[in-house]
Write a protein of this length. Structure first.
Length: 231
């Protein structure tokens, strides 16, 4: 069954994009876990809208692989597809390795300071065990890299294909030492950019992005009903 509370939308904005944003956020944050049934009528009531924007949002989520639609039967939050997660990881790593190389060479004014402030925010959130907010701050850290390289438009592209790997990371985040590892990697990336050391920035970024995928077996053992390895 749907597990979301009643949600008030901003009536100055179109409903469908807001429904999509909220449902995507709930799936990525595991508020809606794999296997959750998403009933259009119930969702329409929760959002206070007709079924049309709900249907549009679910179709978009299906395109992103975050829900499975069974016509005339049900719509379910999808299980985490490990093959799709690996492919998304490959794309993001390829892009961000080039981003940090370029930023270390150019060292845009104010970037190191902005990244350092973001790390300080993440540190505070980690200490408070506010994992949802920590994830948002982590995402903003990487968005700063894209923006500094004048590649902000790629954030949406990467985001559209990253739902499976993002959910893996969310499952992995509460693991002992994980937030500390993320913070350590972020600091290493920033230090390398500040020093103009492109190779070190790429090495730190590669280590940072590999953490969750290296723990796939551990995650599968802990959450066997949440993940699937396609043939």
């Amino acid at each position: 069954m749907n597990a979301l509370p009643k949600i008030r939308l901003d009536r100055t904005r179109l409903a469908a994009p807001q429904v999509l944003e909220r449902l995507r956020e709930a799936v990525l944050a595991l508020e809606l876990v794999p296997g959750t049934v998403l009933a259009r009528q119930a969702l329409a009531e929760q959002f206070g809208v007709s079924q049309t924007p709900v249907r549009e949002a679910l179709l978009r989520l299906a395109e992103e692989g975050l829900v499975d639609v069974f016509p005339q039967h049900a719509t379910l939050v999808s299980r985490i597809d490990l093959r799709a997660a690996r492919q998304a990881h490959f794309l993001r790593r390829s892009i961000e390795l080039e981003l940090v190389r370029e930023l270390a060479v150019r060292r845009p004014e104010g970037l190191v300071e902005a990244l350092s402030r973001q790390i300080a925010l993440q540190q505070a959130l980690a200490e408070a065990q506010q994992y949802g907010e920590f994830v948002a701050a982590d995402r903003q850290f990487h968005q700063l890299l894209y923006a500094a390289a004048d590649m902000a438009a790629l954030v949406e592209l990467v985001g559209r294909v990253s739902g499976h790997v993002d959910r893996l990371r969310r499952l992995h985040l509460p693991t002992a030492g994980k937030t500390a590892s993320i913070l350590r990697d972020h600091r290493a990336i920033v230090e390398a950019i500040a020093a103009g050391d492109a190779a070190a920035a790429q090495e730190a970024l590669r280590a940072h992005l590999s953490g969750t995928l290296s723990a796939i077996e551990e995650i599968r053992e802990q959450f066997p009903d949440y993940v699937v390895e396609p043939d």
